[in-house]
Write a protein of this length. Structure first.
Length: 102
């Protein structure tokens, strides 16, 4: 057995991979595990994320922070998720993998 690369996945599996990668990024962004440097990146991504999370908290609905972030910057996070998904390897069912960095 060999691991698949992006181009070996069906269109459905590619979309599932993008969704999973995007959700992982979103989770890390909302938790504050990932923060972006607007100054270094020359954009306002982190400021927009912070504003979306602040809005959710001010509305006393912190559980909607992810939805607020996706509404504000979802296309950019999906782009990052797609890049991560395209760079990943995909094991077959039952194929063992060893993660060195988790």
């Amino acid at each position: 057995k060999t691991m698949k690369k992006w181009n070996g996945l069906s269109a459905n599996d590619q979309q599932r991979a993008i969704d999973r990668a995007t959700n992982a990024i979103l989770d890390a962004v909302v938790k504050g595990t990932i923060r972006f440097s607007d100054e270094l990146n020359g954009d306002t991504l982190q400021a927009e994320i912070d504003a979306a999370i602040k809005q959710a908290n001010e509305n006393r609905t912190p559980w909607f922070a992810g939805e607020c972030v996706m509404e504000a910057v979802g296309s950019r996070l999906r782009g990052m998720g797609k890049t991560d998904a395209q760079d990943a390897y995909y094991p077959e069912v039952g194929e063992g993998i060893i993660r060195l960095n988790s």
